[in-house]
Design a protein around this ligand. Structure first.
Ligand code: SAM
Length: 267
């Protein structure tokens, strides 16, 4: 059964009902003819134009809260993060030996999960990397938790026992992912774990994808992207209408054998 993180605020539920309602969207366009005309005029041009999230601007506007969906009210940020952490880490714990020494939080944002990663193993050192300086500035370094602003992948010098990625790849164009996957695999030590969680949908039109802020790809896309390390889906949860898959890949097949057992989860 798919786990569900229920939004606490009534406002958010009401807002979602309205926002996700197609009739509402059409009414908005009819009420605003200029918007409608511009939409029609720019339709062809915009259709093939890649748009990426400006994380700097988003951080200016929303602070640390910007790393989760913008329809989450700030007062729900800690509540949602706590539940996500519970789901992610209860899965991750199934695969760690507690002897892991080096962990990479790739696209760590403001470090929501970075510190907790240091506690997953007895002697872990964690490196959080993110291209957005404004988010890294919000993260809190500790003795065994370091952060760097990632300008170039070459800055990541060592290999890791665990590479943790939480909702990062959805914001990256496919052509770049086909290079990034090789890089990340090359940064895994022997028997290293890739732990990935990404928003998903059942959409299949991957090849013609034009990135519009965030891509909700299907499970097969991510499974194929990390086929070399036998990526498997281990769990799924939903929050506020967004589905998120959790995957684990390991350079050695053996450990992944009993993945099919469903994981019990209590709030
Ligand atoms: C949705 S946020 C998730 C942040 C964090 N992992 C979390 O769960 O709180 C996506 C993050 O990916 C980062 N990002 C964007 N492009 C990236 C890239 N090419 N490599 C690594 N991180 C990237 C963004 O700066 C942003 O912090």
């Amino acid at each position: 059964m798919i786990k569900n993180i229920t939004p606490r605020s009534r406002l958010i539920i009401l807002r979602n009902l309205i926002y996700h309602n197609i009739v509402f969207k059409v009414i908005l366009l009819i009420l605003n003819p200029i918007l409608l005309i511009n939409k029609i005029k720019n339709y062809k041009k915009d259709k093939y134009k890649v748009s990426k999230i400006n994380w700097g601007l988003r951080t200016d506007q929303l602070g640390k809260h910007g790393v989760i969906s913008s329809d989450t009210p700030p007062e729900d940020f800690d509540y949602v993060t706590k539940l996500q952490k519970k789901i992610l880490f209860s899965n991750l714990k199934r695969f760690v030996s507690k002897k892991e020494k080096k962990i990479l939080d790739y696209g760590c944002g403001s470090g929501r999960f970075t510190e907790a990663l240091a506690k997953i193993s007895y002697k872990a050192n964690v490196l959080g990397v993110d291209p957005e300086k404004k988010l890294i500035d919000l993260a809190k370094p500790k003795k065994n938790v370091k952060y760097i602003v990632l300008k170039n992948l070459n800055q990541i010098k060592s290999k890791f026992d665990i590479i943790f990625i939480s909702n990062v790849l959805g914001g990256i164009e496919i052509k770049n992912l086909y290079k990034l996957n090789k890089f990340l695999i090359s940064k895994l030590k022997k028997n290293g774990i890739l732990f990935l969680s990404e928003h998903i949908s059942d959409k299949k039109n991957i090849e013609s994808e034009v990135l519009k802020g965030w891509a909700f790809r299907d499970d097969d896309f991510y499974l194929n992207l990390f086929k070399k390390i036998n990526l498997r889906k281990v769990d799924e949860y939903s929050y506020n209408g967004y589905r998120t898959s959790i995957y684990v890949g390991k350079t050695k097949e053996k450990v992944l054998k009993n993945l099919k057992k469903p994981l019990k989860y209590r709030k």
